[in-house]
Design a protein around this ligand. Structure first.
Ligand code: PMP
Length: 400
């Protein structure tokens, strides 16, 4: 992998921040976009823009074709059996809300439990609470590893679904989702996997994993904001009622009664973000051109290097030291508040995220207000890790 060639494809990396060249280490929040994706958006709005599926004219047919091509691209990218198992949404949050809402309508009986991990993003907690479930969290060790024995003990006749993240956005832990699915299915319980932090870092194969639902966001994998995916196994999706009503999701409408469209359109009410879907297709092509395995290896090297280098700083504590980790490094230093660290790093051009990262239960678990989080993408390099460490060394005297 030629890192300079990759960096050159990301115009934003030339930005100056407070007189310093930007060092962007907030990739778990959102990744930057390569020129190919930016140009795909511009190209769409310059030459292709039309509403899809219904139009009789040339542009509508072209836009529809491209939109549906991306559905097949996603199917292949995540190893789904059918293209109609891929539903386009606004992002992970909408995907999980869709499943929680429809699944609850279909299967909840008023006495319902959902097993989640203790390290879920709020978007895989709150939708289940809104749906009326009692949450049963899987505890995890100080290192950030799920207690699989405790997990098995959480099942009861009230367990309706297991909802876990593939990768923790705060601790970086790669959770054993195959094993989690195997155990849940042995209890006759389906599994939703939140893949928001996984798809840009590793090969995902939903059939090999065996999960029933897999949700992710385009903007965390080099694609535009405003588009995401809800994958669901055909057998599951055909059983679930629609999430939103409106155009496109219907078959026939009368004032007395409405019948619904086939999969996946039943779950895609209204005008989708067509240009962003096409951008997602270009982002997937970008990842495949570089090679998902190559990206994974590069990021693993950066994570190891950053962990080693940061660990040399006196008083630095890393949160999340699981043996299986990817691309996320959460830490605190001395008694400093994470927000102060983040603000001072920003003055030196280093962009990190601070706070609870939408995982307040993780912060409660450790009894801390938040962390500083550096997270890596394909375009980061060792010099940027050095810049982070040098910036930490510079600000440390100010933090006492
Ligand atoms: N789950 C995880 C693990 C995440 O990291 C995030 C984003 N921080 C989300 C869900 C929500 O994603 P989005 O805001 O793109 O819907």
């Amino acid at each position: 992998m030629n890192i300079n060639n990759i960096r050159n494809q990301f115009p934003i990396l030339d930005t100056e921040v407070h007189g310093h060249r930007l060092v962007y280490l907030d990739n778990a929040a959102t990744t930057q976009k390569p020129l190919a994706v930016i140009e795909a958006l511009s190209d769409y709005y310059s030459h292709l823009n039309a509403n899809i599926h219904r139009g009789a004219h040339h542009l509508a047919a072209e836009a529809t074709g491209r939109y549906e091509e991306v559905r097949r691209q996603v199917q292949q990218f995540i190893g789904a059996r059918h293209h109609h198992e891929v539903v386009f949404t606004r992002g992970t949050t909408e995907s999980i809300n869709l499943v929680a809402s429809s699944f609850a309508k279909r299967y909840f009986t008023g006495d319902d439990e959902v097993i989640v991990s203790g390290m879920e993003h709020h978007s895989n907690i709150v939708p289940w609470q809104l749906a009326g479930a009692v949450l049963r969290p899987i505890l995890f060790s100080d290192e950030g590893v799920l207690d699989m024995d405790a997990y098995e003990r959480l099942f009861s006749d009230r367990t309706r679904i297991v909802a876990v993240n593939h990768v923790s956005n705060t601790l970086g832990t790669v959770n054993p989702v195959e094993r989690i699915v195997e155990i849940a299915h042995a209890h006759g319980v389906p599994v939703l996997v939140d893949g928001a932090q996984a798809v840009s870092h590793m090969m995902v194969d939903v059939q090999a994993m065996g999960c029933d639902f897999y949700c992710f966001s385009g903007h965390k994998m080099y694609a535009p904001m405003g588009v995401g995916v809800m994958y669901g196994r055909e057998e599951m999706l055909s059983e679930l009622p629609p999430y939103q009503g409106g155009g496109e999701m219907i078959s026939e409408v009368t004032f007395e009664r409405t019948t619904y469209n086939e999969l996946p359109f039943k779950f895609e009410a209204g005008t989708p973000s067509v240009g962003d879907v096409i951008g997602l297709g270009r982002a997937i092509a970008f990842m495949q051109e570089v090679g998902v395995d190559v990206i994974a290896a590069h990021e693993a090297d950066l994570l190891t290097y950053a962990t080693e280098r940061l660990s040399t700083l006196p008083g630095l504590r890393i949160y999340g030291t699981a043996p299986m980790k990817t691309s996320v490094l959460s830490f605190l230093i001395g008694q400093a508040h994470p927000y102060d660290v983040g603000t001072l790093l920003d003055q030196l051009g280093v962009a990190v995220r601070t706070g609870h990262h939408c995982t307040q239960p993780v912060m409660d678990r450790y009894g801390i207000p938040g962390t500083v989080r550096a997270s890596f993408a394909v375009y980061n390099n060792r010099e940027e890790v050095d810049a982070l460490v040098a910036a930490m060394e510079r600000i440390m005297p100010m933090l006492q």
